[in-house]
Design a protein around this ligand. Structure first.
Ligand SMILES: Nc1nc2c(ncn2[C@@H]2O[C@H](COP(=O)(O)OP(=O)(O)OP(=O)(O)O)[C@@H](O)[C@H]2O)c(=O)[nH]1
Length: 785
């Protein structure tokens, strides 16, 4: 009888939950840990999915909402007011016998530093896609960030399938057209409605899912409660409890599972052999046990051979348990990931991936333990700051709440109280191993700052508190750069965008309570290398310190501007600084080669401050071919020598081009505002690249052959908005690049130009050379004309 087959899954609406009960039971068995993040374009639903996960895992008893400012992870006042995530929150979540250290990250590019540092410490990620929009600009940004930190194992979650215009098929196609992965593999199919009539009337929505691996059908009620039941081998021939065989989706299921198994068998000989041995008969693929599939799917996900795709609607809790099950089943544990820095298990080695300040707790340092077990009271050595730190307390943090623990074992993520000097990206090792293990783990590099504002303390007595607040804030957010004493005696803060600076201002007032005036936002400019040097010439210069000991230090340098196709090193603010073997020098931190660090520090100080304009230099390639220093001279003199010699050389090269930050814009407006918007862009130095199509990058995408895409009617929701064709409201998409300096008030301007109907997205497009007229304007602005 059908009822006998029914398996009741977690009924979300009926469970009462004790706060943090799940967390208390958190396991630290490394094979059961999943250090993972939710990443996506802004507004894709990361915080909503986090909230739904916390609800499903019994962590909270009622789900909060970003729309009412009541979520667990977005707890800063500025986050709740705006409904956006500003800082990453890491929460341990217990699900079945796994513990996920879940990090909800911001989607806005201005807070990219948070994604950068989260990407550094996770082993896998869930990438959300708004299934009305498909892949968006910042989805591509976070995808590249994950690539940069070798986070290969990802699961895609196609969210918001309840919205009109959502499309399962177009979202999958957009993964291919943007070359995310050649083998996206849907593990679940959406059921828009269990009422068959809804399909013939093309009613948008989602009520259930079919799990193609576990071969189950899931159904959600209005309150988000779920139940599931197994499927027969061929659901098109035999009815399941929720799914009669004449339901439109039923005949699709066996072919969808067949394709999944065949595609997966391309990456597993064992599975291929198993499939070949199946008895002939159309339904035999429906009889393959999940336990036969899962290990192969896990191995293929960890090797990044396939990209598992799930779907649902986080706001209605649809698909949440499947996401959690597959995170546990498929994403790697710390044991599955090869870390170059994973050394002997006995001694502690860890990375500080985030530092934050709390009025009550003081400095909180978020760490991931890469080897050994960290204990309360441990004494550690900070390899980057050359300082000793002591662990006074260890915490597991549940967003704004915390639980004290005695130890953090290998692979885990937690918070340390009591550190005095540690900054984001620092490596710490057991103090007694400090002599033998001084190499640092790969650093976390903030994206370049493109905008600044002056901070003027309200009165003289506010100066010291403002400076302290700024220094503390930049310790928590390394993408905020400070210029505490620029040439006009002003304090300048540099950030990643207008919104970033707005939040900096807000945090200084709310969290530090200091009194100041925040000046007008100004973009940050750069200078390139002047034309007066022979790029191939290896030149040697010497320098002697004034007064003191009459020693002479020599440095052999080759200097040239970057070629157009060369990409500068973010750690060197867009320059490339290497030794003669092509290995990048470090401008801070620690290596066994102290001389190269001293040289790096000297070069960095001159690169920050051009002798011509005082602007930072960018797009300069420096090769340090060697140096001469007398045996009795302290190697630290290399810092002053390198700074002076580079300054000399840059003077000799003559003034270089002035550059300013550009942004790529995607503006969506009604047809009738198009002319005004384009005219305004052109008048403001913008260059319009594309005026029409809504589907980008279709050319050059991965082929669709062999990939299961499902039928278009699976999401019966009218015309999908991102699969070509005309938009229902005749929206036009303009793509352009323009100087950031002319777009600082663009949201206001676009509102006026488009009668309030336009939307836009900005992404940084790097520094570009300006015209002579603009150069003069900029030099006048900075007092260097
Ligand atoms: N219809 C619908 N709306 C959703 C769904 N999930 C999220 N939303 C809405 O989408 C908006 C953005 O959701 P968030 O969870 O804040 O998105 P986010 O990705 O965390 O945003 P940032 O952190 O600011 O990047 C909110 O209005 C949510 O209510 C969904 O499944 N369906």
């Amino acid at each position: 009888m059908a009822i006998g087959r029914k398996v009741l899954c977690t009924a979300l609406s009926t469970i009462t939950r004790g706060y943090a009960t799940a967390a208390k039971a958190a396991t630290h068995e490394p094979s059961k840990l999943r250090n993972m993040a939710l990443v996506a374009h802004i507004d894709s639903g990361k915080t909503t999915l986090t909230e739904s996960i916390l609800l499903s895992s019994s962590y909270i008893s009622t789900s909060g909402s970003v729309d009412t400012g009541s979520t667990t992870t977005d707890f800063l006042p500025a986050e709740r007011e705006r409904g956006i995530t500003i800082q990453s929150a890491s929460i341990p979540v217990k699900w079945k016998d796994w513990t996920f250290n879940l990090i909800d990250t911001p989607g806005h590019a201005d807070f990219g530093m948070e994604v950068e540092s989260a990407s550094r410490v996770i082993d896998g990620a869930v990438v959300l896609i708004d299934s009305v929009e498909g892949v968006e600009s910042q989805t591509k940004g976070v995808w590249k960030q994950l690539d940069r930190y070798n986070v290969g194992s990802r699961i895609v979650f196609l969210n918001k399938l309840d919205r009109p215009g959502a499309s399962f098929r177009s979202s999958l196609r957009s993964l291919l057209s943007h070359r995310f992965h050649p083998q996206p593999m849907p593990l679940a199919l959406p059921i828009a409605s269990f009422d068959q009539l809804a399909y013939s009337q093309a009613e948008p929505g989602i009520q259930g899912l079919v799990d193609l691996v576990n071969w189950e059908v899931w159904k959600w009620d209005e309150e988000g409660g779920s139940s599931c039941c197994p499927l027969p081998p061929d659901p098109g021939a035999d009815s399941a409890e929720f799914l009669p065989s004449n339901h439109p989706v039923a005949p699709l299921l066996l072919p969808a599972r067949t394709q999944l198994l065949e595609n997966l068998s391309m990456h597993s000989e064992e599975l291929m052999e198993h499939l070949l041995e199946l008895p002939p008969g159309s339904s035999s693929y429906g009889e393959v046990k999940p336990s036969m599939i899962m290990p192969h799917l896990r191995a293929a996900t960890i090797r990044n051979d396939v990209l598992p795709v799930l779907c649902g609607a986080a706001a209605k809790h649809i698909g949440t348990e499947l996401v959690m099950n597959y995170v546990g089943e498929l994403l790697p544990s710390p044991l599955d990931v090869k870390h170059d820095h994973q050394v002997a298990k006995s001694s502690v080695r860890m990375l500080a991936w985030k530092v934050s300040w709390d009025k009550r707790k003081g400095w909180m340092t978020f760490v991931r333990v890469y080897s050994g077990t960290l204990k309360r009271g441990d004494s550690l050595y900070n390899v980057n700051q050359h300082s000793r730190e002591r662990v006074s307390k260890l915490l597991l943090l549940y967003a704004s709440q915390s639980e004290e623990v005695d130890q953090l074992p290998f692979g885990s993520v937690g918070v340390i109280l009591g550190f005095q000097h540690t900054r984001t990206g620092d490596t710490l090792v057991s103090y007694d191993k400090a002599k033998s293990e001084t190499s640092s783990l790969a650093a976390i590099i903030p994206p370049p700052a493109v905008i600044s504002a002056s901070v003027t303390p309200t009165s003289f007595s506010d100066l010291a508190p403002v400076q302290t607040a700024l220094q503390q804030l930049s310790r928590t957010d390394p993408s905020v750069r400070l210029d505490l004493d620029n040439q006009d005696g002003q304090i300048l803060v540099h950030g990643l965008g207008s919104l970033h600076l707005e939040i900096v201002e807000r945090r200084l007032r709310d969290e530090w309570g200091v009194q100041f005036e925040f000046g007008k936002r100004r973009v940050s400019y750069r200078e390139g290398l002047g034309p007066g040097l022979d790029p191939l010439q290896l030149e040697s210069d010497t320098w002697s310190p004034a007064g003191a000991n009459p020693v002479t230090i020599g440095l052999h340098l080759k200097l040239r501007a970057l070629e157009p196709e060369e990409i500068g090193d973010p750690a060197w603010d867009g320059n490339i600084v290497v030794n003669s073997a092509g290995v990048p020098l470090q401008s801070s931190g620690n290596t066994s080669d102290h001389s190269s660090v001293y040289i790096g520090q000297g070069l960095a100080s001159t690169l920050l401050n051009s002798p011509h304009t005082t602007l930072p230099l960018t797009k300069v390639h420096i090769e340090v071919a060697g140096y001469d220093i007398p045996a009795n001279a302290p190697p630290s003199l290399l810092t002053g020598a390198s700074a002076a010699i580079l300054r000399q050389r840059i003077r000799k090269a003559g003034p270089g081009p002035v550059m300013e930050p550009y942004v790529a814009l995607k503006i969506s407006v009604d047809e009738n505002s198009l002319g005004k918007v384009v005219k305004d862009l052109t008048e403001n130095g913008g260059e319009v690249h594309d005026l029409g199509g809504t589907n980008e990058d279709e050319l050059g995408g991965y082929p669709e052959d062999g990939v299961y895409l499902g039928a278009a009617w699976l999401s019966p929701s009218g015309t999908p908005s991102h699969e070509g064709g005309k938009q229902p409201q005749l929206k036009r998409v303009v793509r352009a690049v323009a100087p950031l300096s002319r777009l600082l008030d663009y949201s206001k301007r676009l509102r006026a130009l488009s009668g309030g109907h336009g939307t836009f997205e900005l992404t940084n497009a790097g520094f570009q050379e300006v015209s002579d007229a603009r150069r003069l304007e900029i030099l006048t602005e900075i007092g260097r004309a």
